[in-house]
Write a protein that binds this ligand. Structure first.
Ligand SMILES: Cc1cc2nc3c(=O)[nH]c(=O)nc-3n(C[C@H](O)[C@H](O)[C@H](O)COP(=O)(O)O)c2cc1C
Length: 165
């Protein structure tokens, strides 16, 4: 049986929701990262991701400037750092440094990848569209990486208020 609900009540039922880190690098070389739940694969030939990134995010500013970003699937051991990346803006804070995460050079873009993530995808900006109120950033994957340890599992958001584990 179903009953009519508000959109908020219905969206409360969406969990578990995936979470990724969107990593960027400023033209001066500062690494930034944010947590994103609104993300999906939208093409496999060529491979592409779509992410919803709010107007206020420093990440969006950097993607517009550099046309590059990395999508990382954080591991469960990265819960604290992912929450930090998702609750602090990078305009005036060096989140790459403060997060304590380890970054290593990628293969195709100037943005580094996360050493401890389950997987990383180096992306080049294809388009930013705005069908609703949130800018949707579409990136083509130029190179992908996986953790050499197959036992490392992916971090998931289990509920409202960011229940990351
Ligand atoms: C689990 C989680 C999921 C999030 N999902 C999104 C999202 O899909 N889109 C978005 O714009 N912000 C999302 N946020 C909030 C951003 O990560 C947050 O605003 C961040 O501070 C932006 O960082 P920046 O300004 O350095 O880019 C999420 C935060 C968390 C903790």
């Amino acid at each position: 049986m179903q009953k009519i609900a508000t959109i908020e009540e219905a969206w409360d039922k969406k969990y578990p929701e995936q979470v990724v880190l969107v990593i960027t690098r400023s033209p001066e070389g500062k690494i930034n990262l944010m947590a994103v739940g609104w993300v999906c694969i939208v093409s496999d030939d060529p491979p592409m991701f779509l992410t919803g990134i709010d107007d206020g995010a420093y990440t969006l500013e950097l993607i517009r400037k550099t046309k590059e970003f990395v999508i990382a699937y954080p591991s469960r051991s990265m819960a604290e750092q992912t929450l930090y990346a998702g609750t602090v803006h990078g305009h005036h804070e060096d989140k790459g440094l403060q997060s304590g995460l380890k970054f290593i050079p990628g293969e195709k873009v100037h943005v580094p990848i996360s050493a401890d993530a389950v997987a990383n995808f180096e992306c080049r900006l294809v388009d930013i569209i705005r069908p609703g109120n949130c800018p949707l950033v579409i990136g083509q994957v130029l190179s992908s990486h996986i953790n050499a340890d197959p036992s490392v599992s992916r971090l998931v958001n289990w509920g409202k208020g960011y229940q990351l584990r």
